[in-house]
Design a protein around this ligand. Structure first.
Ligand code: SAM
Length: 243
């Protein structure tokens, strides 16, 4: 499709991703639940548990549009902690702002429109950085990883939740059937937007596997990088530290 990665010139990818998320922002939740059969909530909960956030910490949720991770992390860092929710797309940030406000989460939360590849934050500002289902869409993920390393405090940790590559025998073929046939149809049916979902499927396929992404994190300076496969590797959490 014309949403395929190879045919998108690099300088246009950012605009394209912006457009995709503006199109899907309104139906985003429903689609997430449909696409993952509700399991994305468990993946996010697992990530939040691995984060071991503590009262008083300062957190950054990158590509945090929906506010899901921020809402789950917030009770753990209060009373004195703070969270910055950052996303490149103002429509997605608005979804997050509304969601958090509906939950009564107002104090100690900021929303910052920014590209994760060039963050407007000081060196060593954060105890924890989280990034769920966002790095796959970035033009230069290695720049985002270097920025994460830069804004983390020494001893700070990062958790990256992203689609990965199935590891259970036989799972790949079922997954292919699902993602190439069913998912774009669901996208068309629910969000009236087949192409955006086709793009998402392609971006998942092209994203590096567990070991390659682990090496990318290490190249960015992150240490003690561990991989946690969830749902047979359909998604993985990578955790690393700035030492
Ligand atoms: N983290 C949320 C979640 O898990 O529900 C939202 C995930 S959504 C699939 C991906 C998000 O990444 C979108 O909100 C999109 O705007 C954002 N994004 C894409 N490229 C980005 C970039 N270069 N910098 C910051 N955010 C980006």
């Amino acid at each position: 499709t014309h949403f395929g990665y190879q045919e998108v010139p690099e300088n246009r990818k950012e605009d394209l991703v912006r457009g995709v998320f503006s199109n899907v922002a309104a139906k985003y939740d429903l689609m997430n639940d449909m696409m993952s059969l509700g399991v994305h909530r468990l993946w996010k909960r697992f990530t939040v548990d691995l984060a071991r956030a503590r009262p008083g910490q300062r957190l950054l949720d990158l590509a945090g549009g929906t506010g899901d991770l921020a809402a789950a992390l917030y009770p753990k860092i209060r009373p004195n902690g703070s969270i910055v929710v950052s996303d490149i797309n103002p429509d997605m940030l608005e979804v997050g702002r509304r969601r958090l406000a509906d939950k009564g989460i107002l104090d100690g939360v900021e929303f910052v429109e920014a590209n994760a590849e060039a963050l407007p934050f000081a060196d060593g500002e954060f105890d924890l950085v989280t990034l769920a289902f966002g790095i796959r869409n970035m033009t230069h993920p290695e720049r985002a990883l270097r920025e994460i390393h830069r804004v983390l405090k020494t001893g700070g940790r990062v958790l990256i939740l992203e689609f990965s590559h199935p590891r259970w025998p036989g799972l790949q073929s079922i997954y292919d059937l699902y993602s190439f046939n069913l998912l774009p149809r669901l996208g068309e049916w629910i969000a009236k937007d087949r192409e955006s979902y086709q793009y998402l499927v392609e971006s998942i396929r092209r994203f590096p596997d567990q070991e390659t992404f682990q090496a990318m994190m290490e190249d960015a300076g992150l240490a003690r990088v561990e991989v946690f496969n969830l749902s047979g590797g359909i998604v993985a959490v990578h955790r690393g530290y700035r030492l």
